[in-house]
Design a protein around this ligand. Structure first.
Ligand code: HEC
Ligand code: HEC
Ligand code: HEC
Ligand code: HEC
Ligand code: HEC
Ligand code: HEC
Ligand code: HEC
Length: 485
């Protein structure tokens, strides 16, 4: 038996007909859409720097209704080369020119008639976008029924198929579990957060109209029905409530800590004084388990304090030093601008990001989603809550100014190959031995650096040839009080 042959030979005419019909509908459908799309794309590429439709004057005048104000033939000529018309003394062109403070418009001689007409057509047909109205309050869990939430969950996990195609499960990109390596796609939790935020995303809109090239590629196969998006919205709202699983919140941990402290005390008291329970094994087990739980919590907390080498927590925005300090060669001090003058190197404020990201709206890897978070934070006025990685204990004193400026130690000597890190991590162990070793080994540039001009005695010894170099140790770099308060 050969199943392949018997299958393909079953209904050849039916298959052919279906294929032809599909192709026909495909062409009919895209033919229409692409004409509309071409105008839109050309407009966005060439005109949006100076013009808005329905958004008021920018550099050039508002274009809504311009196709009613002017003849199409005139528009064609004006858009192709407005200067020619103005120079020729065309009364309307001159008037428009003068009304706009005689700022000339670029000419577009490289565009064909058909292309310019498609732009004019796009402006002509343009309508204000109708925002999808939520049929239920997405912030209210009771707004969705359990069935709706469950349907959404199944769709999201790819357990039931989408009506109009698309087979990749959403969670294969939008992770529901945390991963060690950098995943540029927003996680399911992040989608849920953005979905619930006031100025967050409009899932109805973004599923219908991808917001960036990255998303256009990733979402290309999907054509969800409104009902399906509604179910997924229901799931995301629920997901936000239960949160990403596996991370115990602090009160829970505290309760656990207290519970075991009490149990261990009871076990000890009974073991020594009351002696109600006969079998000593029970006391032992309670105490051992209690100690294990306490130890575990202590380790988790210490890691969270950031006192460990290689500590690399997930940050609220997928900020990559590789892209910024590496690929784009932005100087460390552009963002960590106080490193030369202050104890701390500082984490850049949102405004520093906006210096560039008011213009750079989309990233190669993450699309718009991550960069949108910068804009959302700016809108809400809430600073981005970066998780601190390096953290010396309070009793130790460390100053960046002393090292980066006075000592001229390179950032990379302590922080490692930062320009290659997509995810920032703690490179050195920050132990006392690490500080001391470097102070023993590092020679300071004593003669050329004005900072050391006060060390008169050492200068004399150097001149007299009594010593040939000065290390950090020589100038007191091993004194306990230099590093401890
Ligand atoms: C560099 C900025 C700039 C760009 C880019 C630009 N325009 Fe203009 N546009 C202007 C200015 C300024 C005027 C006002 C007329 C003048 O000063 O020449 C204008 C005028 C117009 C007018 C006439 C408006 C009226 O009320 O009659 C139309 C139509 C127009 N632009 C369409 C376009 C189209 C379509 C594109 C893209 C292909 C485009 N413009 C690109 C700056 C620009
Ligand atoms: C475009 C801005 C920018 C540039 C340029 C930049 N950083 Fe950062 N840096 C940040 C942000 C934002 C954070 C916090 C997020 C993170 O840890 O990834 C950070 C975090 C750090 C941290 C960890 C801070 C902590 O929490 O302990 C170190 C160390 C660091 N940067 C060093 C450098 C060095 C070295 C360079 C130059 C090679 C550099 N940075 C360039 C923005 C920048
Ligand atoms: C000096 C300019 C500059 C500054 C300042 C800057 N960025 Fe960027 N950022 C860029 C450029 C350029 C890109 C690359 C865009 C691309 O992928 O083509 C980028 C990309 C990104 C991306 C997307 C990465 C990807 O590949 O998808 C994120 C997220 C991002 N930046 C966050 C931040 C944050 C947060 C800050 C502030 C701490 C910041 N940036 C500051 C220039 C800057
Ligand atoms: C192949 C990977 C991939 C798959 C599969 C995928 N997505 Fe995405 N999705 C992305 C990427 C990448 C982005 C971010 C692009 C951006 O914001 O520019 C994104 C963004 C989104 C956004 C945010 C849009 C916005 O406006 O910020 C939503 C909502 C979303 N996806 C829902 C879904 C749903 C629902 C499914 C399943 C039907 C799905 N995605 C399947 C990769 C994927
Ligand atoms: C001699 C080693 C050393 C050098 C050189 C150094 N750092 Fe640090 N850096 C540290 C230590 C140690 C900490 C932790 C400080 C603390 O917890 O008080 C730290 C913390 C940071 C932080 C976290 C926030 C803060 O200010 O505490 C950033 C950001 C940072 N360094 C960036 C830089 C940059 C950028 C440079 C170069 C201009 C640099 N560092 C040079 C050792 C160094
Ligand atoms: C990569 C080498 C290096 C490491 C690691 C290093 N230092 Fe230094 N440190 C120097 C140099 C070089 C100087 C000299 C600059 C100066 O005189 O201020 C210095 C100076 C100092 C001074 C001032 C000493 C004085 O006599 O004025 C203090 C305090 C200090 N370091 C603390 C620390 C602490 C705390 C750590 C560990 C968390 C540390 N350093 C790690 C290189 C290092
Ligand atoms: C160059 C800076 C430096 C000097 C000099 C220095 N320390 Fe420290 N010391 C540190 C740092 C940084 C830590 C914190 C390391 C950690 O948490 O692992 C520390 C930690 C300690 C601790 C606590 C140990 C712990 O496990 O938390 C003690 C005690 C201590 N130092 C004593 C001293 C004494 C005594 C001297 C003088 C002989 C001295 N230190 C000189 C930087 C220094």
């Amino acid at each position: 038996m050969n199943p392949t042959v018997s299958k393909s030979g079953s209904k050849p005419t039916g298959v052919l007909l279906a294929a032809l019909l599909t192709i026909f509908f495909f062409i009919a459908d895209t033919g229409n859409a692409s004409a509309q799309n071409e105008g839109k794309q050309l407009f966005e590429k060439n005109c949006t720097v100076c013009h808005k439709i329905g958004g008021g004057k920018l550099v050039g005048p508002e274009l809504m209704g311009v196709t009613q104000r002017r003849e199409k033939a005139w528009l064609l000529k004006f858009i192709r080369n407005s200067k020619e018309l103005i120079d020729a003394g065309d009364p309307i062109a001159v008037k428009v020119y003068e009304e706009n403070n005689k700022i000339p418009m670029l000419s577009f001689t490289q565009l064909s008639d058909a292309e310019i007409n498609s732009i004019i057509d796009y402006i002509d047909k343009w309508e204000p976008e109708k925002e999808k109205v939520f049929t239920v309050d997405v912030n209210k869990k009771d707004g969705f029924s359990q069935t709706e939430i469950l349907r959404g969950e199944r769709l999201f996990y790819g357990l039931i198929p989408f009506e109009q195609g698309g087979t990749t499960a959403c969670n294969s990109c939008h992770n529901t579990i945390t991963s060690d390596s950098l995943n540029w796609n927003p996680s399911a939790g992040e989608l849920a957060t953005a979905h619930m935020e006031k100025d967050g995303m409009n899932i109805y809109k973004s599923m219908g109209e991808p917001t960036s090239d990255v998303m256009r590629k990733a979402h290309g196969e999907f054509k969800l029905t409104e009902q399906e998006v509604f179910y997924i919205a229901a799931f995301l709202s629920e997901y936000k409530q239960i949160g990403e699983k596996g991370h115990k919140s602090f009160p829970e941990k505290l309760m656990l800590f207290i519970l075991f402290a009490v149990l261990m005390t009871l076990a000890l008291v009974d073991l020594i004084f009351t002696k109600k329970i006969k079998y000593k094994v029970i006391h032992l087990v309670v105490i051992l388990v209690g100690l294990a739980v306490h130890f575990n919590l202590a380790v988790v907390e210490a890691t969270a304090m950031g006192r460990t080498q290689d500590y690399a927590p997930d940050q609220p925005i997928k900020f990559s030093h590789k892209i910024h300090a590496g690929d784009n060669k932005t100087d460390c001090r552009y963002c960590h601008s106080i490193a030369d003058y202050s104890k701390s190197a500082g984490i850049p404020s949102n405004n520093v990001c906006l210096n560039c990201h008011n213009v750079v709206l989309s990233g190669r890897n993450s699309g718009k989603f991550e960069i949108n978070k910068i804009h959302r934070a700016a809108k809400s006025g809430k600073p981005v809550e970066w998780i601190r990685i390096h953290n010396l204990p309070d009793h130790a004193f460390f100053s960046h100014a002393q090292h980066a400026n006075a000592g001229k130690v390179q950032c990379e000597q302590c922080h490692g190959p930062v320009a290659e890190m997509d995810i920032m991590k703690q490179f050195s162990d920050l132990s006392m031995g690490w500080c001391i070793n470097c102070h023993r080994d590092t020679k300071v540039n004593f003669t050329d650096n004005k900072y050391y001009s006060t060390y008169l005695k050492l200068h004399e010894e150097l001149k007299a040839g009594k010593i040939d170099s000065v290390t950090v140790e020589t100038i007191g770099g091993l004194d306990c009080m230099k590093c401890h308060y």
